[in-house]
Design a protein around this ligand. Sequence first.
Ligand code: F6R
Length: 608
Amino acid sequence: MCGIVGYIGKKQAAPILLDGLSKLEYRGYDSAGMAVYDGKQIHMSKATGRLKVLSEITHEGATLPGFVGIGHTRWATHGAPTDSNAHPHFNETETIAVVHNGIIENYLKLKKKLIERGYEFHSETDTEVLAHLLDLYYKGDPLQAITKVMHRVEGSYALGIIFADHPDVIYAVRKDSPLIVGKSEEGNLIASDVPAVLKYTRDVYFIENEEIARLSEQDIEFFNVDGEPVEKEAKRIEWDIHAAEKGGYEHFMLKEMNEQPKTVRDTINPRIKDGQIVIEELGMSDEEIRAIRKIHIVACGSAYHTGFTAKYVLEGLARVPVEVDLASEFRYRNPILEEGELVIIISQSGETADSLAALRMAKERGCQTLGIVNVVGSSIAREADQVMYTWAGPEIAVATTKAYSAQLVAQYLLAIKFAQVRGEIGETQVAELLRDLKKLPDQIEMLLSHKERIQKYANRYLASKDVFFIGRGIDYAISMEGSLKLKEISYIHSEAYAAGELKHGTISLIEEGTPVIAVATQDDLFKKTLSNIVEVQTRGAFVMAVTNAGNTEIEKTAEYVIYIPQTNPYFTNSLAIIPLQLFSYYVAVGKGCDVDKPRNLAKSVTVE
Ligand code: F6R
């Protein structure tokens, strides 16, 4: 996720910007840049790669003298990680410089209008639209120009802006992306996160949604989207620097679980326009979508589990045959791949060796390939014919949570789109599906708010040796991910079973007190799963169940029940996985495990 820092005060700005950006490195980035006003004009330096490169080319900031400036570390979303796409971005006359964190959803429409008005673009970013739009509206009053821009743009943004005509102030603007203001004796600062300002101050203002801050060396003022003054009080930050990096959360995994409502929203919202799914990056005409004869989904680990879920959704809605493979198996099993088949590779990192090899094989065999990838510019993103990004931002905890959620919803979007284009569902059903899809972020938020209860349950499992997860259909897919989460971070052995398969062998392992976690969110399979729950319970299993609100019948058999809100049966994975992630997390915390860096695991598996 991009990082923003800004400074105005008595000291040279550039070294403070570099220092602040270094404290935001944990957010992940692929390029960096700074803009500083030198008393006459704004000067800018940008560099692809580590912050060290920017520091070297500016001689640790010495080549950008001045007391007011903004800096940025970029995590690429729109456009590859290059110098020209790095922030800040200028207007044409280089009198307005902008840094941005977030996604401008209507940037293509705005870009088209700005080009028609004669504006020239020098990057592929959505951010550059903001610089030109500010230029268009700027008639001498920066605040007025900013509020006009806020009324025009859709999406999420945290912005740092400097105007050469008003060098005694910095502006900071926020909607759905974090931004704070730090108040210090030596000058005032803006930043995406607290660690960037802790060296200078512990007095911080949290800018709320659709608010603007104006900072001078001495003063800090706040305004709403209509330019009216807003009163705010500074808060004293007591966290140490390590806690601050995690936004006050104990672990990155907990922070990332809590980011899931935003991640899901960011992956869905830009792709729904006027009630229709628009996946521009798909690069497939309706005719090509109709011509798809089969889909292969190939991935590893949790990404594979999202594909396993998507098989049910794609086959159920679009009635197109789907095969799901582990990349490490697919690449060596000489699969039958024919023309007219689409191969979808899912990967957070975009660098997983087996997934990349599978992609290359599919391309060699003449299949059309689509990457569903989180890291922009990664190998899979570069090599796939088309790429659909999951805008989850960097994931630092080794165990995936928010990227998993983003991968799921990206595939729901594909399934609905394919189903509609192939004539399998009509307008009404599309509208119903989209309505349920849009509710997911709030529903996830609600489930996250019940974490204390899940923690209480989790504490019962700290001494467990084996845990079984059972479910049918999509619930089996959810069980696979729930089981993987538990074993990878808590080191408790666990297995996921298709509930109907238990009696073909595995049920012999069930004895007095064996923990079984049953997932039963599929209405048409509820009764079947319930009888499997009874089977294990009568053999002594201690059952925890995850089911839909209203299925209270399950309480007769299960010791603990977690209810998820009503949604379309195809989307229940997005909800049921939340308590299971929390459960694994609290078991691991209770056992004193290194949650963010489990033993023997790497975040990006670039070897076979
Ligand atoms: C589990 C986990 C892994 C990854 C797998 C694929 O929590 O994170 O199972 O899902 O290694 O990684 P990517 O998605 O980067 O290809």
